[in-house]
Design a binder for this molecule. Sequence first.
Ligand SMILES: Cc1ncc(COP(=O)(O)O)c(C=O)c1O
Length: 404
Amino acid sequence: MPHTPGSGHVGENTRALSLPEGPVPAERPLRMPVHRATTYAFDTSQEFADVLSGAQDGYSYARIDSPTVDAFAEAVAALEGAGLDTPVRGQSFSSGMGALSTVFMALTEAGAHVVASRSIYGNTYSLLDGLLRRFGVSTDFVDITDLDAVRAAVRPETRVVFTETLSNPTMTVSDLPALAEIAHGAGASLVVDSTFASPAICRPLEFGADVVVHSATKYIGGHSDTTGGVAVAEPALIDRVRAARVDLGPCLAPDEAYMLHRGLETLPLRVARQCESAAAFAAALEGHPAVERVDHPSLASHPQHDLAGKLFDHGRFGGVVTVHPKGGWDAGMAFADRLRVSTIAASLGGTHTLAGHVATTTHRTMNQEELDAAGISSGAVRFSIGLEDPEDLVEDALQALDNG
Ligand SMILES: Cc1ncc(COP(=O)(O)O)c(C=O)c1O
């Protein structure tokens, strides 16, 4: 029957778009629902206008805010702010770089200045040294363990002091309380990328940081199957980050938010195990005749061993170990090639142990002089320790060294 308005009959397409959607359960589902909608329906135009203007709380469009995505950000905020008396809020992003670029855009303007550790993730380095410089934001890169150098680098236009809790690949530990004091004395914010630590090891906001950022792709997701990012700060600051995110557009997808939220449930279990195995792995390889040096903050030989003990929880020193074999570049590549339990692959923080020759992968853009300055030998191999039995990882690495 053809559709006549008011007749009660509608055409097949209209019917197809008005199907029953099933009950909303009265019982609380044990798993968080995934809200995939990109847009939300309103009863009145006024309600729609009020939600968009912020006069009324609510959801309108998924790039702006989305329930599953917000739930993930607020879950990370609950973990990062666990020891704080004041509230903190989170924002989710499509990747760690999405989070970092948005935070820098939110906190700087043309003419602004950044002081950054020179030992940071390569794309964060190129974001600061390339893209942001083109927009008039200049960065001085310093040895972040040299607090006098940090003090000397800040100036009236400095908006951000930036570091990583644990740096890649030497596992250098940042003195967060001292850096917060320097940043605040200069009227700047301390922004900390805590990807390598995760809130299961260290919560930088408790030590005076203003914004903590993660590549959730790593320990938070924890299974090498989801890309995402997150930033946490006090409400007024995170509102500025949110406004920049809405304009820039790197929003996290709801299904990814669900996966990352689920990852948080096992974060302490996974990280505790990874840290314990990493410490055993580092201790077993340090002193091997084919090894020049092992970087892991659990070792008494690590320059920030004592500082790590003060900043990190539960005697957890991180899940990444960097091994510097004797014999340089070729020896390092061959060492990685002889591994049978660890897999040669990018990324970190997942269930599988991953290994990579640093000079040809994560730090391939650095020349020998820059590698030397950063304390990275040309043969260095970085291990992200996973959940395998640690004895198997140790035995595998020892055979790879012995057979060199
Ligand atoms: C310390 C650190 N920060 C940020 C990123 C960027 O994260 P994503 O790949 O999720 O954009 C990475 C990636 O390896 C990283 O190691």
